[in-house]
Design a protein around this ligand. Sequence first.
Ligand code: FMN
Length: 361
Amino acid sequence: MASSFGVLFRVTTWGESHGPAVGVVVDGCPPGLPIDRSLVQRELDRRRPGQSRITTQRQEADTVEITSGVFEGASTGTPIHLMVGNADARSGDYDEMRDKYRPSHADYTYDAKYGGRDWRGGGRASARETVGRVAAGAIAQAVLRELWGVSVVSYVLQVADVRAALTQAPSREQVEAHITRCPDPTAADQMEERIDAARKAGDSLGGIVEALACGVPPGLGEPVFDKLDADLAKALLSLPACKGFEVGSGFGGVTMTGREHNDPFYMERGRVRTRSNRSGGIQGGISNGEDIVVRAAFKPTATILREQATVDRQGQETVLQPRGRHDPCVLPRAVPLVDAMMALVLVDHALRQRAQAGKVG
Ligand SMILES: Cc1cc2nc3c(=O)[nH]c(=O)nc-3n(C[C@H](O)[C@H](O)[C@H](O)COP(=O)(O)O)c2cc1C
């Protein structure tokens, strides 16, 4: 199992949903940067379960402990170890799923691959694994901000068929203003109603998170296999329940002609700019200095509180009636995950650019 990610800013997540703890080791963080527990805790609070009635009701404070790599409020350059205890695991809720495979979850495939699995809460396939990513992502965001003035903002763009209408890049405050994390208040209210209705019906919904990275200097990305868009796609598609990735115009671009689609260049105060940004800030796998714009599609949550046809570990066809506390829509909680994965890719590529070219931008 590959649990590590990144080349120079390398993170390794560990832990299972119902084990004693989950966490991450961050190796390669530059020394002397202001990092403390509260900075990481802030991001974990955005991810934690039980934060509103439209998320899972598992109650976890997700209090982070930093046991290495930070001294007197700054990174030391040595590996940073971050750990969060699992407090509210109810493994009994999973008795029904011990032998029966949840449709569209990872139960069957983990068994097929490893010949066994930690069935309590989904083990490593649980979104609890992303605690480590969000903790590491908080550090990555701090490094990006501190060294290069780069910021990342993600938000819910769509839930089911309700789509936000946005005229400009939202702020973090606007994203956090609504429990759906959609910065369009009208669409956000409709999304909330739809998620609530799905929850009451024991069903689930999917949607899209859009992410912007602002202030990214030109030159990040390593053609040909570690192109910036290729690494962002891998980072986002490695998130649980993520099923689609777009950069810039994405799939919508196929209906345009080249004349309509091209981003014309112009000069602004000695800087090369583009008048439109259908490239999503990346050309040839390298950032061009415009905002990076990507979208990640998340499927409807697999565990629904409805009877479903399935098979068990013995190969018998059977019926599953799941219990437990699940997200009726993963989108609001996926936002800090997308922020984290974007930041991890960008900080890694900035450090790689600095190592090869001696400078960034
Ligand atoms: C924030 C977040 C919360 C999630 N919560 C649940 C959940 O409560 N129940 C569930 O069945 N899946 C949940 N998932 C998705 C599963 O972890 C995922 O569908 C499963 O590991 C199978 O992987 P796949 O969907 O990527 O194929 C969640 C995903 C995210 C990103």
